[in-house]
Design a protein around this ligand. Structure first.
Ligand code: GLC
Length: 422
């Protein structure tokens, strides 16, 4: 009996020791779609496993707003947030404030990611973030409505999309005045840079700034793209599309009020959630190609990483949380339960993942060939470049400038940002 008491006493004091060394982490994660809940599920599971706690913070919806906030915090060397979810375009912008995770992460796990993603997250030899989920622009369409109007497959070109959207919109508007053909991200922010890069690239109009640093934004193919797509505004797309981000577009679409939508993969699970009026009616395809020389389908590469604040007071635990969340099991859970694209090749061959999200298999090439924004080459100046581009595109969408004039303007602003070199 005496022995048992001692053992119980020992266990209690061990538990106490473990408890007193437990830490509380702050995690600035996601807020788009089911983002917050999914972050919390993962963080809670890690907390349960380790005895630590995680406070999942509320963050702004859009990437530009998040970046502005995080740059303020990091610029002040504030350690309040331990782990940040960072956009694929940010490593060059905030990498100097992020911890090098190369040795803090399990070596075997690091080998499981797509090498190009690890490369994107490596700045000056430091692994400043770990790939969590990747994104590529996709075309969402209503399977039921395509069938109803006699179409067998998704449109292959933007002009086919316009024709189909016109017909479906005219038919559906008779019973639903709110119905529109096509929604996308038309407001002036980073999301418009993503959409418009797809347009110009799909017409063979390059990548704004090429990987070698050359500024190519002002060219006739890019102008042709902007001319064609801007004609959607006020015809097959509502005039209000120039105020839409991802979530505004998704709200119209998920209410059953549009035939087509451009968005990221998360919209698949969201649209198929219980209670969604379009559950089971969603088709997913590659975005259309342009018409004319050099045209091809094109998707912008997006995605999010996890990073540890270099000023965190709990770097060890924070890195452990990052390792857990970016690990294969949690990525698999998030893929199946919320259609987040994994960052590990093996998960694109996983039967359970492919069953839950079939387009991870059928559109694998779209994800692999997605076009990166010129963030790596422009480094600290990426924001200026992206702003100049989206502002120019926005002026065309709102009919304030011709494509030619807008692109010329973007070119000179980008050249000014470049100065004597990137
Ligand atoms: C998505 C992408 C991200 C991009 C953003 C633009 O979140 O993953 O890379 O910057 O959309 O709105």
């Amino acid at each position: 009996m005496k022995k048992l008491v001692t053992i119980i006493g020992m266990t209690a004091s061990l538990a106490l020791a473990a408890h007193s060394s437990a830490v509380s982490l702050s995690f600035a994660c996601d807020s788009v779609g089911s983002g917050y809940n999914e972050c919390k599920k993962g963080a809670d599971a890690w907390a349960k496993k380790t005895g630590n706690t995680v406070n999942v913070l509320q963050v702004p919806k859009e990437t530009d707003q998040r970046l502005a906030l995080y740059q303020q915090q990091l610029g002040a060397k504030a350690g309040d947030v331990d782990v940040y979810m960072v956009d694929t375009i940010w490593p060059g912008l905030i990498g100097q404030h992020l911890m090098d995770l190369k040795t803090a992460m399990p070596a075997a796990q690091l080998k499981e990611f797509f090498p190009a993603m690890i490369e994107n997250d490596t700045v000056g030899g430091k692994l400043v973030a770990v790939p969590w989920f990747t994104d590529a622009g996709l075309l969402f369409y209503r399977k039921d409505l395509l069938t109803k109007y006699g179409y067998k497959s998704a449109p292959k070109t933007w002009s086919e999309l316009a024709a189909m959207a016109t017909k479906i919109q005219a038919g559906e508007k008779k019973t639903n005045p709110k119905f529109v053909g096509y929604v996308f991200q038309g407001k002036n922010y980073e999301g418009l840079t993503c959409d418009a890069l797809e347009w110009i690239n799909s017409y063979g109009g390059g990548r704004i700034v090429e990987p070698d640093g050359k500024i190519t934004v002002n060219n006739p193919r890019a102008a042709a793209a902007l001319k064609d797509i801007s004609a959607f505004v006020g015809t097959v797309s509502p005039s209000g599309v120039t105020t839409y981000g991802e979530e505004e577009a998704r709200q119209v679409w998920q209410a059953g009020n549009s035939a087509f939508m451009r968005n990221w993969p998360y919209a698949y699970d969201a649209g198929n959630s219980d209670g969604s009026p379009i559950k089971g009616k969603i088709g997913v395809a590659a975005l259309p190609a342009g018409t004319g020389a050099g045209s091809k389908p094109s998707a912008t590469l997006g995605g999010w990483q996890l990073a540890v604040n270099a000023y965190s007071k709990h770097p060890k635990e924070a890195a452990d949380l990052v390792a857990y969340l970016t690990g294969k099991d949690e990525q698999k859970r998030r893929a199946i339960q919320a259609s987040y694209n994994p960052t590990m090749p093996a998960l694109y061959k996983d039967k359970d993942v492919l069953k839950a999200v079939p387009f991870f298999g059928s559109l694998y090439d779209v994800f692999m060939n997605a076009v990166a924004r010129p963030a790596t080459v422009t480094g600290l100046k990426y924001n200026q470049v992206s702003n100049a581009f989206s502002t120019a595109v926005y002026s065309v969408l709102t009919k304030k400038a011709t494509p030619e004039a807008a692109l010329k303007n973007a070119e000179s602003q980008i050249a000014r940002a470049k100065g004597r070199g990137w």
